[in-house]
Design a protein around this ligand. Structure first.
Ligand SMILES: Nc1ncnc2c1ncn2[C@@H]1O[C@H](COP(=O)(O)OP(=O)(O)OP(=O)(O)O)[C@@H](O)[C@H]1O
Length: 552
């Protein structure tokens, strides 16, 4: 939207010059000569104030003086004299003083953009721009015009934007526009381009964007593709946060579709239906959580007991008893800790453990022992479900093909959780066996707080997040709340936030994206509250810009 600002600024200049030429003489009659200088000085003063406010940049406002100079040259008026320069700079200095007294500070958006400027030279642009410059030098034969062209030429080469090459020809007239292009963040234009950038958060005086921030930082409209280059990141993990209906699953689907990624979606509520993608009804599969998954019987017994502890809030003694019982069940099946050749035998299932528990209960010799078994029996009975009897699910098939696993028809949340946990652990074990790889699989977990709210689920996810990249696995976690994803954020490459309304969430996310700057915090806080469906706020890590993106 820099274009709109330049259109306004240039329109002001051109109308003033035209007014001076055509109507001013009619207005003041024979006193034209007397009032002309006053008119020019006053308009220079006022315009400099307007231009600084419009561009939030003293540098761009100063460059407009040269455009002014060129336009007046057409009327044979030379404004390059001390009086006029003084008038123009008085306006700029007055703006600085107003900014200091209103505690806004002297901030120049052009200069602050220079710190983020990434130099990318291209031979193509250097050659084209040089040819254009030589042609214009030959045509213009005027020192001032040529100087403007040479300055524009250098900036165009440094900025590396092809569309600026023809603008060089306009010399000083196009210089303010060319300079303002430094402010465009040079975001990646390669990778997965799943959205359009609508705006960038900038410290500016004026904003033409509809999302109000009520802060010194405002959304500065920008047009461009928004791309993520996941292969360049330290991991492939992403977190999507937002209220219900804000567009979280739409965004996840876009990333998968545009990136042509191989994926598995853990669809907790049965919301995903993607044409041509296989849906697996989780209530019709079977997976045995007691499969060893590359671990020893002791390790796996402890792990399963820990999962049940997290799920049912079991006490420590109950958890140890349960773990010992599971370990004994392995031994009954001929699977021994010290003999890893037995680890490939068929594992017991929850029903075997229940049978073992009942046998031990009948053989118990005192009330304490009976109580011990009775305290874990209801939980074991509860999870002894046909889903956990044997292994019908083929993990390598799930990993090698796109698939949506629909968990919505699983009757109880506890069974749903154990099933999701077991599939994720099977994937972890597959990862270790299959070895290192480039990105081969994205795993999307919708309603991730369901898994992460359990201690064992959070630990498992932390492990997957930390180790997935090495083995070519990335994760997209979707959640309505940030509460459970906090520990995963350090191992995430991208965090996309859609509309949020809960004050605690807003505070956390605004601090996370905005850092310690209170004005940025305020801007993000107010924007998240107002975000319409499909609009995302994210921080571009490479450019360190906070951007507003629409998934489309
Ligand atoms: N960028 C967008 N452009 C067009 N439609 C969108 C966009 N984002 C979301 N929608 C539409 O809005 C509706 C809600 O989106 P979506 O299901 O992705 O929300 P959600 O945040 O996942 O909701 P829930 O938390 O309830 O699952 C859908 O019909 C979706 O097609």
């Amino acid at each position: 939207m820099q274009e709109l600002r330049h259109l306004i600024a240039s329109s002001i200049l051109i109308s003033e010059v035209l007014f001076l030429h055509f109507y001013f003489p009619l207005l003041v009659g024979p006193l034209y000569g007397v009032y002309k200088d006053f008119y020019i000085s006053a308009s220079l003063f006022l315009n400099s104030l307007v231009f600084v406010a419009l561009f939030s940049s003293y540098v761009i406002a100063i460059s407009y003086y040269f455009e002014y100079y060129m336009l007046y040259l057409f009327l044979n008026i030379n404004i390059m004299n001390i009086d006029n320069i003084f008038s123009y700079f008085s306006g700029i200095i007055m703006f600085m003083l107003i900014s200091i007294f209103s505690r806004r500070g002297i901030n120049d958006s052009f200069i602050s953009s220079l710190s983020k400027f990434r130099l990318k030279l291209s031979w193509k642009i250097i050659i084209f721009s040089s040819i254009m410059t030589f042609i214009s030098i030959y045509l213009y034969k005027n020192f001032i015009l040529i100087l403007g062209i040479l300055i524009s030429y250098i900036i165009v080469i440094l900025l590396n934007y092809t569309y600026l090459i023809p603008l060089q020809l306009l010399s000083w007239i196009s210089l303010p526009y060319i300079l303002s292009q430094v402010e465009l963040p040079s975001l990646d234009l390669e990778g997965i381009c799943f959205g359009k950038i609508e705006a960038v958060l900038k410290k500016t005086h004026l904003s033409f964007h509809r999302i109000r921030t009520n802060s010194m930082y405002k959304w500065s409209p920008l047009n461009g593709k928004y791309c993520i280059n996941i292969n360049d990141n330290k991991n492939f993990n992403m977190i999507i946060l937002g209220t219900s209906g804000s567009g979280k699953s739409f965004l996840a689907k876009k990333i998968l579709e545009v990136g042509k990624l191989n994926y598995t979606i853990f669809d907790v509520h049965g919301e995903y239906d993607i044409e041509g993608i296989k849906r697996l009804d989780a209530s019709k599969i079977s997976i045995n959580p007691l499969s060893l998954l590359g671990q020893s019987p002791r390790e796996r017994s402890l792990e399963v007991a820990y999962v049940l502890k997290s799920l049912f809030n079991l006490g420590n003694i109950q958890t140890i008893d349960l773990s010992n019982l599971i370990f004994e069940a392995y031994q009954e099946k001929g699977i021994y800790e010290e003999d890893d050749t037995t680890w490939i035998l068929d594992p017991p299932n929850f029903r075997d453990i229940l049978v073992l528990l009942n046998r031990k209960k009948t053989l118990a010799t005192n009330a304490q022992e009976i109580n011990k078994y009775q305290s874990i029996e209801p939980y074991l009975s509860f999870i002894t479900n046909k889903i956990f009897m044997y292994n019908s699910i083929n993990i390598s098939e799930i990993i090698n093909n796109p698939v949506i696993i629909d968990f919505s028809k699983i009757p109880t949340l506890e069974i749903r959780y154990i099933l999701i946990d077991t599939i994720l652990r099977s994937i972890l074990s597959y990862m270790y066996v299959s070895g290192q790889s480039k990105l081969r699989k994205m795993i999307v977990i919708d309603e991730a707080h369901f898994v992460l709210s359990k201690e064992s689920g959070l630990q498992l996810m932390e492990k997957l997040f930390a180790e997935g990249r090495k083995f070519g696995f990335g994760f997209i976690l979707i959640s309505q709340t940030s509460e459970y994803v906090k520990k995963l954020i350090p191992n995430s490459a991208y965090i996309f936030v859609l509309n949020m309304i809960e004050p605690g969430e807003l505070e956390y996310i605004s601090k996370l994206l905005g850092g310690s700057d209170m004005d940025i915090y305020k801007a993000i806080y107010n924007s998240l509250l107002r975000l319409p469906k499909g609009l995302i706020i994210t921080r571009d890590i490479l450019q360190d810009e906070i951007v507003l993106v629409r998934s489309s």
